[in-house]
Design a protein. Structure first.
Lengths: 515, 560
């Protein structure tokens, strides 16, 4: 097709090398932006197959749009090319901070995500047609297409290797974005300088340099930006953030106290965790005549252990938590160990890091009182810890006259899930006494007391409790109409109906939340 | 206008079945022709994924076909010899031992007994090499119920008087999922797969399909027998039902006017899964048997090593009688009855100990021949080959992939829509641990070409790398990171994995003729049912054992 380029340019001549190198750079950077967008979307939204598929689809489509639009640019190709390179560098380079910002600050992450991917795709899609047209007088078409496209694919290969092997593990998502944006602009600076006689715009090189400085600054500040954006995910400043093989542990400190998040889910706030843990431990513990040996399953924060140690009758506590990082933080970091009164350092306490179900299968000891404080049954793997099979194992570890207190999600938010735990405990051959307590940061929270023999409630609580009194304790066993029993199925390993109940309840709650 | 930019290709969403060589059979089996190498080959090229083709005993087996005939140096007298240590042979042994008859030997060619229920084990988990579950046995499967009770799988008696199974052994949730339309969806019933829009033609077909399944499930013949029972021997044989065997399931679909692509895919998938045959090559009777012999809410008993767990149990009972590495190369019925006290005479079983290369002759009063039926003319003197050509077998490839982490959200059975494979099962699914960890994925590929012989020849030529890249290219569609997750990949080739219930086979007479004893040799194999499932293999094994005990006058209670 003829191309009426209005401005007759000098021969490109020796500049072809620069342009071919820029093909390679554009291809590398383009794919890196796409991988960054896919990775960040998977990281923030989950479901990596959907995220990658849609990001790649939108990106490739937008490149097609860019290629199509390139026909409308007819003059000053080199100038346009350099401008677009600067723009790609800026848009691509700012993609990570923009996406993190969009997620934490505004409620339209997907709009920003696909908008950003579309913009990058269109710009990248414009570049190759431009280049081919700039170079069309330098090489015969067959040679030109072969050079440009092979460099293009080579660049893609470089990106696909660099990304998983070096960028994600070593450089980080935030800095990778700045580094490659900068690289993109660097090529623009070079091209602009090399072809200064073609475009005759002294400011173009200066603009490119300014963009380069901005991206460089971003690269230097990348760590701070990452920390900042992570803090924005939580309400309060993050004071500790660690990833174990099992979960992401984040502790924040605000005006109203310390909060623990596991994989983004609130576990406690020091504002009212005493309510949760006193209600979890003492009503059940008081029913046991001689609770010498106690067991805590889950609860690596040591708060339940702290409550157990308040009762002098408890001589030994075994804490079984999956994650050594959790128990280490709450045993050895002064700031956090203080929250549980250094309970994990007590000579009465033994800490075991093991998977609770497997540990129960292999351990033959018996206990007088067991605290079951697992995360909510949000997944099938957690749901196993709320099945008849688990409670049968648990029953086998209880001494006659013993009892277990089980955290059982919110009977108000997920009523069926709560009563499903109650029925599952009963189906496993145990007595079940359901109760609940108000924990402001959680809402109405539910517990089940499980025991081989009928339990007689008792008011004999240890001194120093802030929430429980005999009168309050009695009231906890009364259920108002909006939390009253509903017919439910029993949760078995082979149906895991509880996971469904739980998801339904909380999904509805999230939908109807007042804000 | 400039050249459009061709996007960089990244084996992410691309449906990618690998270059599998020029074999036409292969192309047919895998639904593709030669393709360029996939990105998943990088890990193979780099040698980062290790593995091998394991258990290639076809060479030893083919010694039978090629007429190996060493002279036995040693002669032993023994009342009963069982040839073949698969589920049928071990079940015969189990029944004999359970009835107090302990003087017998089981000759097994492979180093390990178990047949299709063999298993492997590595530092991560045990894993199946073939059969990987047992549906909770139906009322007719009396021997199977006896076995599961003996294995301690039953916790209690339910309010209806039926057994309550220990949930640890029932397949945990989530059981099944399907990769379709670029994402995973839970469930794998016809309804889950077809997922019809209300009022669509597909919805009407699905409803008709389900209604037909209910009718067949509820059907009782004049003697109160179900249309499709397990074992088949306990079911109806009236013409109305049996005539389904004359057509393929494809013809059944055509006659019913069912054309929904997803319903066809689903039933074809089930046929491939259970029989290694397609919609076109499976008899309609066999296909409906699959759907209607068990309740539609059937539960599955499963273990990391699959049905290897059942084999382990059987071996606890009879392992002392099993002689692995023994190739029974010649069976000769002996006519003169007198010296062995059996009216029909006895049988000489010549076997080669493949480890010492020495031959032994077992002079038995009875023999239970529990090998696939096609081998009989190669091994048994004077056994007519005629009639056995109706017995055809589908070849399978099974791969076990060790992965550093089980896929997120994995179900027990993970199926890929429109893949030639059956997807994979997760060996650690029944694990009670909550933390994510490494696992073993068992990947199944039946080679469903019309000519299984050609497929077998083609299979033997493939190297490990060919299989490994094929498996990875299939799985990468659903798991973009599969290549970086797999550390080890072993392959097992099953030349004669499953009897094929092609139209006319099950009710055509060949099966019944194969039941007839040959002198003192009785036959036991799921081949004789025409479907390769545990209950049938066990039924034939137990049945042969009971016949032998009757002939020997050995008192026993029947399990059938």
């Amino acid at each position: 097709m003829d191309d009426p380029r209005a401005a007759p340019a000098d021969p490109i001549g020796a500049g072809t090398g620069v342009l071919l190198i820029s093909v390679f750079t554009i291809a590398t950077c383009g794919l890196i932006y796409e991988l960054l967008a896919g990775t960040i979307a998977s990281y923030l939204l989950g479901d990596s197959v959907t995220q990658f598929s849609t990001v790649i689809g939108v990106y490739l489509f937008s490149m097609g749009v860019g290629s199509y639009l390139s026909r409308h640019v007819r003059r000053d190709l080199i100038t346009r090319f350099i401008e677009i390179e600067i723009l790609v560098g800026l848009v691509g380079g700012l993609s990570s901070p923009a996406l993190f910002f969009a997620f934490t600050e505004i409620n339209a992450f997907r709009v920003v995500l696909y908008g950003w991917v579309t913009a990058t795709g269109i710009l990248v899609g414009l570049e190759i047609p431009f280049l081919i047209r700039i170079l069309e007088d330098e090489f015969p078409l067959h040679d030109l297409v072969s050079r440009v496209l092979s460099l293009d694919y080579l660049g893609a290969l470089a990106a696909s290797l660099l990304f998983p092997l070096w960028l994600v593990p070593q450089v980080g998502l935030m800095r990778s974005s700045f580094v490659f944006g900068g690289l993109n602009v660097l090529v623009a600076v070079w091209t602009s300088h090399r072809f200064r006689r073609h475009h005759r715009r002294p400011w173009l090189t200066a603009q490119a340099c300014a963009a380069l400085v901005a991206l460089g600054l971003g690269g230097v500040l990348a760590d701070d930006l990452m920390t900042w954006s992570e803090r924005r995910l939580y309400e309060d400043p993050v004071i500790l953030s660690r990833s174990s093989p099992y979960q992401r542990i984040v502790l924040t400190r605000g005006d109203d106290g310390v909060r623990l998040f596991l994989n983004g889910n609130l576990q406690f706030s020091t504002l009212d965790e005493y309510r949760y843990h006193e209600a979890l431990v003492h009503p059940g513990l008081a029913t046991v005549a001689a609770p010498r040996r106690a067991l805590v399953l889950g609860g690596g924060d040591g708060m339940a252990v702290r409550e157990l140690l308040k009762d002098d009758r408890v001589r030994e506590v075994t804490l079984v938590d999956l994650d050594p990082m959790m128990t280490e933080i709450f045993r050895d970091h002064e700031a956090f160990a203080a929250l549980n009164g250094h309970a994990l350092h007590s000579p009465r306490v033994e800490v075991v890091n093991a998977d609770a179900f497997v540990w129960l299968e292999s351990n033959r000891s018996r206990y007088d009182f067991v605290v079951v404080d697992f995360p909510d049954p949000r997944s099938y793997s957690l749901g196993k810890l709320y099945t008849t099979t688990f409670y049968r194992r648990l029953a086998g570890r209880l001494n006659p006259g013993g009892a277990a207190a089980i955290q059982s999600t919110s009977p108000l938010v997920s009523r069926r899930a709560f009563w499903c735990v109650v029925e599952t405990v009963r189906a496993a051959g145990l007595r079940a006494k359901p109760y609940h307590a108000a924990v402001p940061t959680f809402g109405e929270w539910g517990y089940v007391l499980a025991s081989p023999e009928p339990l007689a409630l008792s008011d004999a609580f240890p001194p120093g409790l802030r929430f429980l009194t005999p009168a309050i304790a009695r009231s906890l066993f009364e259920f108002p109409a909006d939390m009253a029993p509903v017919p439910v199925d029993v949760n078995h390993l082979n149906n895991q109906i509880l996971v469904q109940y739980h998801a339904d309840g909380w999904r509805q709650y999230a939908r109807n939340r007042p804000y | 206008m400039a050249e459009p930019r061709i996007p960089p290709r990244r084996g992410l969403t691309r449906r990618d079945v690998l270059r599998v060589g020029p074999g036409a059979a292969a192309a047919m089996a895998l639904g593709c022709g030669p393709r360029p190498p996939a990105p998943t080959e990088r890990a193979l090229d780099a040698g980062r994924i290790t593995g091998t083709i394991v258990g290639a005993s076809h060479r030893t087996g083919h010694r039978l076909r090629d007429g190996a005939r060493p002279q036995p140096r040693e002669v032993r007298d023994i009342p009963v010899v069982i040839v073949g240590g698969g589920v049928a042979g071990l079940s015969a042994a189990w029944k004999l031992a359970r009835s107090g008859l302990r003087d017998f030997v089981v000759l097994e060619l492979e180093p390990d007994a178990g047949g299709n229920a063999r298993w492997g084990e590595n530092h991560v988990s045990a894993y199946p090499w073939g059969a990987h579950y047992l549906p909770v046995p139906t009322a007719e499967a009396t021997a199977t119920r006896e076995l599961v009770a003996e294995m301690g799988l039953i916790l209690d008696t339910g309010p209806d008087g039926g057994p309550v199974y220990d949930p640890r052994h029932l397949c945990h949730a989530p059981q099944e999922r399907l990769f379709i339309d670029g994402g995973w969806r839970g469930g794998l019933s016809a309804r889950d797969v077809v997922d019809p829009a209300a009022g669509s033609a597909a919805a009407a077909e699905l409803a008709a399909f389900e209604a037909q399944a209910r009718r067949y499930r509820d059907y009782r013949d004049g003697r109160g027998r179900r249309a499709f029972a397990l074992p088949i021997a306990a079911g109806a044989d009236d013409a109305a039902i049996v005539e389904l065997d004359r057509m393929s399931m494809r013809e059944y679909f055509d006659r019913a006017g069912w054309s929904s692509r997803r319903l066809r895919w689903y039933v074809d998938y089930c046929c491939r899964d259970d029989f290694g045959c397609t919609l076109e090559t499976t008899s309609a009777w066999a296909a409906w048997h699959y759907f209607c012999s068990r309740p539609d809410d059937v539960e599955y008993l499963t273990w990391p090593e699959g049905n290897g767990r059942i084999v382990r149990h059987l071996l606890e009972r009879v392992g002392g009688n099993v002689r692995p590495g023994m190739l029974a190369y010649r069976l000769r019925p002996t006519g003169n009855a007198g010296d062995r006290g059996v009216p029909g005479g006895g049988v000489d079983v010549d076997a080669l100990d493949t480890r010492t290369e020495t031959a032994v002759r077992f002079r038995a009063r009875h023999c239970i021949y529990a090998l696939p039926r096609f081998t009989a003319p190669h091994v048994i003197d004077g056994y007519p080959a005629a009639g056995l050509e109706a017995f055809t077998y589908s070849p399978w490839m099974v791969a076990n992939l060790t992965v550093d982490r089980a896929p997120d959200g994995a179900a027990w059975d993970n199926v890929l829509f429109d893949s030639p494979s059956l997807g994979y099962v997760v060996a650690t699914h029944q694990d009670l641990r909550t933390a994510p960890g490494p696992s073993v994925l068992t990947y199944y590929l039946p080679l469903t070409v019309p000519n299984p012989g050609a497929a077998r020849a083609w299979m033997i030529e493939r190297r490990w790398r060919d299989w490994a890249s094929l498996v990875l290219a299939d799985l990468v569609q659903a798991h973009p990171d599969i290549e970086s997750r797999v550390t080890h990949l072993d392959v097992m080739l099953w030349g004669h994995a499953m009897i094929r219930p092609t139209p006319g086979f099950i009710w055509g007479g060949a099966r019944r003729r194969a039941d007839a004893p040959h002198g003192a040799i009785r036959f036991a194999h799921s081949d004789m049912s025409g479907i390769s499932v545990f209950e049938e293999a066990q039924y034939h094994g137990v049945n042969a054992a009971e016949q032998v005990m009757r002939a020997l006058g050995h008192a026993h209670a029947t399990s059938l």
